[in-house]
Design a protein around this ligand. Sequence first.
Ligand code: NAD
Ligand code: 0WE
Length: 264
Amino acid sequence: MGFLTGKKALIVGVASNRSIAWGIANAMHREGAELAFTYQNDKLRPRVEKFAHQLGSEIVLPCDVHSDEQIEAVFTQLADYWDGYDILVHSVAFAPREELEGMYLDSVTRQGFLMAHEISSYSFAALARSGRDMMAGRNGALITLSYIGSVRSMPGYNVMGLAKASLEANVRYLAQSLGPEGIRVNAISAGPIKTLAASGIKGLKIMQDFCEKSAPLGRGVTIDEVGNTAAFLCSDLASGITAEITYVDAGFNSVGISQRFIDD
Ligand code: NAD
Ligand code: 0WE
């Protein structure tokens, strides 16, 4: 029997079969969870419907996290299918593309800053709040996705780094807010993975190669590895873990200078 048997999970952030949210959905399905999905816009709807069917789910709801109404509506619609739910997966980020290259101070704007923080951080709290009543009394768990650019400057990550720092603080404050209700809140800080959100990013390949060379495991990570960790963190196996940022990055974050740079 899977370790998520009997759990119901809402997955926000599937856009393709490379999406981290898709890796998480697969792992949660394998461990016995029932799934529901949201899609950002009409272009993504048929794709997400197809992915949902592959994992035995008929529940596919619109949700652009820019809209308070759509966030509220997700849970009124979800209540038509489920009495409650146990797991929220938040796998969403956005900043204007022009702000994800070059030097931070040359590219940051008030509008880009607000957009990045709203879509990539505030939306986690907004979804948590709207879904709160449906999660009452069932050992719920929330999970979001971060990146090491929250705590170290990374070339070109720029305003997204600030938004991820906010998201990680959001994890700690949501954990404090929801702890009394038995709801746990965690993040996974993933190593770089070639998804839609990472495509077209200048220098991504170079950064991936650098991470692979530096990481103790000497390689990158996959959406399945992130998925397995997310499934664990949202399961009762992780009942003592909340407000934590767990790195799934082959150990990259722990290294000063890799031994490989001495040996090679
Ligand atoms: P992805 O493009 O597959 O997923 C990003 C998702 O964000 C898409 O499904 C998109 O529809 C959604 N989104 C963007 N704006 C939205 C909005 N206004 N409303 C609703 N949804 C919106 O890419 P991914 O790499 O799987 O990204 C998922 C998460 O993982 C992001 O938070 C990202 O920052 C994080 N992350 C990615 C990497 C990486 O290297 N790919 C590393 C660490 C963390
Ligand atoms: O969080 C991310 C990327 C999130 C993202 C991606 C895009 C591309 C399309 C946010 N907004 C947008 N806006 C768009 O218009 N990652 C962790 C992947 C990523 O992005 C980088 C990276 C890495 C790694 C940007 C610069 C440097 C490294």
